[in-house]
Design a binder for this molecule. Structure first.
Ligand code: KG4
Ligand code: ZN
Length: 346
């Protein structure tokens, strides 16, 4: 067993301010690498601005960050009771994500670094999700899930499996061939008349109202491909065909459709994560990303390790932790002024 306290023993005091604007949340957080404490953790969501459109509108997200990010950074400093001059290092997500949204974060981080004379560095958002179970270390939890991990990153944009040998030592195994699991939740929800994002609503609705019979009433395709692969594009079609077959749907029908679709989405995640663990000889399964908030998934995978729900969805605390881990390993490198944002995974 490795303990988080090992990471707390570090001679140089360093306060890192992290920024994440990869999607529609303006996030800022500050970590102290000496005490291994999270000093602040702010998420300013723009999801309400997206509801009328049924999904994230990239330009609205970018404009939202122009307003929300300075507010989030200001609030992060206030929570930590620190002046801007006390920040030793700035760090920002520059990939993957919505390009316009990322550019606001990167430009703002450059501005902060330029005006304070401090360095800044760039981080990978998916890597942030990957190591987010470590955020429990900031909350006083000392024991970590034993390595190697199979890490499942399931969000609105990603469904990826990684083999994680140690902190900052991972390799991509595979992922979805088409839609992401969160996207499948949101698209099924849209067909059932739910607003965006539908994932949390389906979760709550099924938990509060559905029976075991509802979860089995409709047989939807399981998105299980080859080892380490998923495919969700057929599910939306199957649900929409089923709705057409029913002609008119009652509230009870829609609940059973939601419950059965959720079960199909989760079945694929549970099956593939366990297959990967067995095949690659991993000791732990880690599930992170927005879909990892799902209560039925948590119930179905008692062996898996989940970060707290607020750290499963987008946040800057995970970027702060990632930067602190890089710093701990002597791999936190300052970026130069020419660095920019890129939309894809590297
Ligand atoms: O990680 P995240 O906040 O943003 C991305 O990077 O995509 O994930 C958002 C996604 C959305 O598709 C949302 O519907 C889904 O995660 N989600 C859930 C739940 N909470 C969020 N899906 C199922 N059950 C939930 N409780
Ligand atoms: Zn994310």
């Amino acid at each position: 067993v490795t303990y988080w306290t090992e990471y707390a023993i570090y001679p140089a005091q360093m306060k890192i301010l992290a920024i994440d604007t990869s999607c529609d949340e303006s996030c800022a957080a500050i970590v102290d690498t000496q005490t291994w404490r999270l000093l602040s953790d702010v998420v300013h969501s723009h999801v309400e601005d997206m509801r009328p459109y049924g999904g994230v509108v990239p330009e609205i997200a970018s404009r939202g960050h122009l307003v929300g990010l300075p507010l989030a950074v200001h609030e992060a400093l206030r929570q930590a009771s620190l002046p801007l001059s006390a920040v030793d290092w700035f760090t920002v997500t520059n990939r993957p994500g919505l390009i316009g949204a990322l550019l606001v974060g990167v430009t703002y981080a450059k501005g902060l670094a330029f005006s304070t004379g401090r360095p800044y560095s760039v981080m990978n958002h998916i890597e942030g999700h990957l190591y987010s179970p470590g955020l429990k270390g900031f909350e006083g939890e000392t024991e970590m899930p034993p390595f190697p991990w199979i890490a499942l990153v399931v969000s609105g944009g990603h469904t990826e499996l990684y083999f994680v040998k140690d902190f900052l030592d991972h390799r991509w195994l595979g992922g979805t061939l088409d839609d992401a699991a969160g996207e499948a939740f949101d698209k099924v929800g849209k067909l059932l008349g739910l607003s965006y994002p539908a994932g949390p609503q389906i979760d709550r609705w099924v938990r509060e109202k559905a029976t075991a019979a509802d979860r089995k009433r409709f047989e939807f395709p399981r998105a299980v491909g080859a080892l380490d692969q998923f495919s969700y594009s057929g599910l939306k079609t199957a649900v929409s065909i089923q709705i057409q077959k029913l002609k008119t749907t009652t509230e009870a029908d829609r609940l059973a459709l939601a419950a059965s679709a959720q079960e199909a989405i989760l079945d694929a995640l549970v099956t593939q994560a366990r297959r990967s663990r067995d095949h690659h000889g991993a000791k732990s399964i880690i599930v992170t990303g927005g879909v990892a908030c799902n209560s039925r998934l948590r119930e179905r995978m008692p062996e898996a390790y989940f970060p707290s729900p607020r750290h499963c969805t987008d946040n800057a605390a995970m970027i702060a932790l990632l930067s602190a881990l890089y710093e701990k390993k002597g791999r936190l490198v300052p970026a130069d002024w020419t660095l920019t944002a890129v939309p894809h995974l590297d």
